[in-house]
Write a protein that binds this ligand. Structure first.
Ligand SMILES: [Zn+2]
Ligand SMILES: [Zn+2]
Length: 247
């Protein structure tokens, strides 16, 4: 049984730069400190989502301190998965980020059959630039988890349990069922997951209670939850990035 206070990190949060989120980097960091997080990831939307920032925003992130209010800060991006399995940010910008998460957004993806969606997702899971797949659930896209989970394990790409998906007014219950299926396959194949708040306001930074409840309900192995130790998460990232020649 994992308690909420054991969670040390949240790597899926948004700021004003995303165009439809409402806090600054510092307000998010302060909220993370107040929740007792050790590591905060800020993942503003890449181009493709209306009103988000231009690539130059990501290319200048080096000016931002990586420690605020005692919280280690990672600055990345939530990149759109495109039809055909491509990404909405080019490599020279991807290389400026501390980490990269990717997800399907219907604003820039034409939803297809489960088979076609899964094929595109598999291409992204295999892409060495991608550290985690966010909201792999019915809020975004219907997927075949029997394909997705073993591929994520093989390519060391994390699968997210997205707390915001569970509160979706019409699709929340389906997302919950999706995650139950995904978690039982993750247990079978020993594939780690990461819990993410998808906060669009500082008040939701580190809010992971809904997905934590699912993890506990399934009696999911603690060793496969990446939020319990920020050093373990950083070691995971370092290992992935080594393959890219970034570190
Ligand atoms: Zn998203
Ligand atoms: Zn998001």
């Amino acid at each position: 049984m994992i308690e909420e206070k054991q969670l040390q990190l949240d790597i899926h949060t948004h700021t004003l730069a995303s165009g439809h989120a409402y806090g600054t980097i510092r307000e998010n960091a302060q909220a993370a400190a107040e929740r007792g997080l050790r590591l905060l990831g800020i993942s503003d939307h890449a181009p493709g989502i209306p009103g988000t920032c231009d690539p130059i925003y990501f290319r200048n992130l080096e000016v931002v301190p990586r420690n605020l209010f005692g919280v280690r800060l990672l600055l990345g991006s939530e990149i759109n998965i495109l039809n055909g399995g491509g990404l909405s940010l080019e490599e020279r910008v991807l290389s400026c980020l501390d980490y990269r998460i990717a997800g399907v957004h219907s604003l820039c993806y034409d939803l297809g059959t489960v088979g076609r969606n899964t094929e595109d997702m598999l291409a992204v899971i295999q892409n060495p630039w991608v550290d985690a797949i966010v909201h792999p659930d019915a809020r975004a896209v219907d997927l075949d988890y029997r394909e997705i989970v073993p591929a994520a394990g093989e390519h060391h790409t994390l699968l997210e349990l997205n707390n915001s998906s569970l509160t979706h007014p019409t699709k929340g219950e389906r997302c919950r069922d999706n995650y139950r299926e995904m978690l039982s396959l993750c247990r079978q194949y020993q594939v780690p997951v990461i819990l993410g708040s998808d906060a669009h306001d500082p008040s939701a930074v580190g809010a992971l209670g809904g997905v934590l409840e699912l993890v506990n309900e399934m009696d999911f192995p603690e060793a496969l939850v990446m939020n319990l130790d920020h050093e373990t998460f950083l070691a995971f990232l370092a290992q992935k990035h080594e393959k890219l020649g970034l570190e």
